[in-house]
Write a protein that binds this ligand. Structure first.
Ligand code: ATP
Length: 232
């Protein structure tokens, strides 16, 4: 579903991505694990068309990101690490606004809205101001905006950061559920997060992919002190 080849990103003299390549299969929830500053957000922002790479290629489905960024944006839903919070909008107003931005045809909006409000259990807060919601509910709204337009691919950057343990469990359940009919990349610096949700994980450190495997294999290697060139 997603093919990334020799992706590089330079910020001035800082080489944030040093030529990473990977593939994500259709329907997979891939973990993208790495410490702070590893290059995760840079990779996620390139895959979602928010940032241009210095070089390399990305294809999502049949679309080439560099040649056809609009087509790629339609296929990808994105939950950024620090999503903007529209405190003065109700959930209903905000999700309608996102539908408009994503160009979802008017006649499809009501059906899509009721489906995603039900899937993310937002009915009770649908007419409340986002600024008055708990962080856990705001993150559910973040997931809801990411699936507006029914994209095939979902890119989630640190989706449970700052949440309490109960909220983390709830958000992970929603991610598992949304991953049933989508391809998902889950970026995180927390090993238990990928253990809970992913069958396969890539570890990125200092702009390079340094290991790949199942969460169990990688945690076993880390426990045995084998070098993954990364401590998590
Ligand atoms: P975190 O979890 O802390 O967000 P990350 O793995 O997402 O880390 P990135 O944010 O992609 O890492 O950053 C990769 C490297 O690129 C870091 O060294 C960072 O300081 C640098 N970097 C990121 N954005 C910029 C920028 N706009 N200008 C200069 N350097 C940047």
């Amino acid at each position: 579903m997603i093919k990334v080849r020799d992706l590089r990103k330079r910020y001035g003299s800082k080489e944030a991505l040093k030529g990473i390549s990977f593939v994500v299969e259709k329907g997979e929830i891939l973990g993208f694990l790495g410490p702070n500053g590893a290059g995760k957000t840079t990779t996620m922002q390139i895959l979602t068309g928010y940032l241009s790479p210095t070089s390399g290629t990305v294809t999502i489905g049949e679309a080439d990101l560099l040649r056809d960024p609009l087509e790629v944006k339609k296929q990808v839903g994105y939950l950024p690490e620090n999503p903007p919070v529209y405190r003065d909008m109700t959930v209903k107003e905000y999700l309608n606004f996102v539908m408009e931005l994503k160009g979802v045809p008017r006649k499809e909006r009501n059906n899509q809205l009721s489906e995603l409000v039900e899937r993310l259990q937002l009915t009770d807060v649908y007419t409340r101001l986002i600024g008055n919601l708990s962080k856990g509910y705001r993150q559910r709204v973040g997931l809801a905006q990411a699936i507006c337009g029914d994209p095939e691919v979902l890119i989630l950057d640190e989706p449970t950061v700052g949440l309490d343990p109960q909220q983390i469990i709830t958000i992970r359940e929603f991610i598992r559920e949304l991953g049933r009919d989508r391809t998902v990349i889950l970026s995180t610096h927390i090993l238990p997060e990928v253990s809970a949700l992913c069958e396969r994980v890539l570890i990125i450190n200092q702009g390079e992919i340094v290991a790949e495997g199942s969460p169990a294999e990688l945690s076993h290697r880390l426990q045995k002190g084998q070098s993954l060139r990364v401590k998590i």
